[in-house]
Design a protein around this ligand. Structure first.
Ligand code: ADP
Ligand code: TRP
Length: 345
């Protein structure tokens, strides 16, 4: 990959920060999504302008049941709102409410070498996991680049697995700018400390590995998931190594230094078993998400509000996207936006 430097200090554009990120509604969100994405997205809404969306066009590459896609899209919206996304601060919307991204993706594809997409590792990984190698799956990074560039975003907070997509986005932006002038800022990536949350089996937690703990799981089912975390076979009467234990890794996400030290001490004490550690983790997790669960239940009974938030966010995002598309069309020699589609703002 050609790649271009991606650190903030090298972000040559002097625009004010605009965060943008998206999450696919391809299943129920889990602790990996929370610590690797949602939690930081929500925190960043207080730092600068932020655009967050639910990538339902992208999810079409894996979810081809209409009811399920619509249901999961709404579920992700409720998850974000329950966890603290404030629609007064961040622009929160459905990807498909801005159909212009597809037009931009096409325009970017005209200046992007096919070799760039051939090198995308996420395509290869997904095909290796049995997902159909459709054109959409192959084209996925083009649409993602358009998502980022159409809002002229400057910083994209994502997990480790998305870094290559950001490098590709920068290459596409450069190619477009070289052909048509400086339209797009080059976005930088922002990685968070929670970049890799382990799953029940110790691999990366992921919907595709059936090793997740869902954010909004509760009661017996939550307990059952926690109890099925894989541990080694150190006998009860022997001291255990917290740093080699999945239960402890997950516990660290929810606790402060003092609490961690306390649990470390217990691990070193003969007679303390993994079952005890799991019970402690379960209680911690259960308490941590309890207020968010309450809020989510409230939202489930107020779907009109949720729909309203998405509709309003969609209109704001679309107006912004249309501004960019006017510049892009002008630069590319494609006659201006049809009048009926242009917002009157
Ligand atoms: P999944 O692997 O479950 O399909 P996605 O690929 O849809 O998850 O990821 C959505 C977001 O959550 C991305 O920003 C990704 O980096 C983050 N994420 C997913 N799994 C983890 C994990 N185990 N640890 C940290 N971040 C994760
Ligand atoms: N590909 C991202 C994921 O699977 C989702 C996504 C789509 C995205 N478009 C984006 C993330 C734009 C950041 C910016 O997690």
């Amino acid at each position: 990959m050609k790649g271009t430097p991606m650190t903030d200090s090298q972000n040559e554009n002097k625009r004010p920060t605009r965060f943008l990120s998206g999450v696919q509604p391809s299943g129920k969100l889990h602790l990996g999504n929370y610590f690797g994405a949602l939690k930081q997205h929500i925190a960043l809404q207080d730092e600068a302008e932020a655009f967050y969306f639910i990538a339902n066009y992208h999810a079409m590459t894996t979810v081809q049941d209409r009811d399920l896609l619509a249901e999961q899209t709404l579920a992700v919206a409720m998850d974000y709102l329950a966890l603290g996304l404030d629609p007064e601060k961040a622009v929160f919307f459905r990807q498909s409410d801005v159909p212009e991204v597809n037009e931009l993706a096409w325009m970017l594809s005209a200046v992007t070498g096919k070799g760039l997409l051939d090198r995308a590792t996420s395509f290869k990984d997904k095909v290796a996991r049995g997902i159909t190698p459709s054109m959409g799956l192959y084209y996925y990074p083009m649409l993602m680049a358009a998502d980022i560039l159409i809002y002229r975003s400057t910083v994209v907070p994502v997990g480790e697995d998305q870094v290559q997509h950001l490098e590709m986005t920068r290459d596409m932006a450069l190619a477009f700018n070289n052909a048509y002038g400086e339209i797009f800022p080059l976005p930088t990536v922002r990685l968070d400390a929670g970049a890799k949350v382990p799953g029940l089996d110790g691999q990366k937690m992921s919907k595709s590995y059936d090793n997740t703990i869902e954010i909004f799981e509760e009661g017996k089912r939550l307990r059952k998931r926690v109890m099925s975390i894989v541990t080694d076979s150190t006998p009860l009467e022997e001291p255990k190594d917290p740093d080699a234990c999945n239960v402890f890794s997950l516990y660290q996400l929810f606790s402060d230094e003092a609490e961690q030290e306390e649990l470390r001490e217990k691990y070193r004490t003969p007679g303390f078993g993994y079952g005890n550690a799991k019970q402690i983790l379960f209680e911690k997790l259960d308490a941590y998400f309890a207020p968010y669960r309450e809020e989510r239940k409230r939202l489930e009974n107020d779907l009109g509000y949720v729909e309203g938030v998405l509709a309003e966010g969609g209109a704001r995002a679309r107006a912004e996207a249309q501004k960019t598309m006017r510049l892009v069309r002008e630069a590319a020699g494609i006659p201006g936006m049809p009048v009926s589609a242009v917002e009157t703002t």
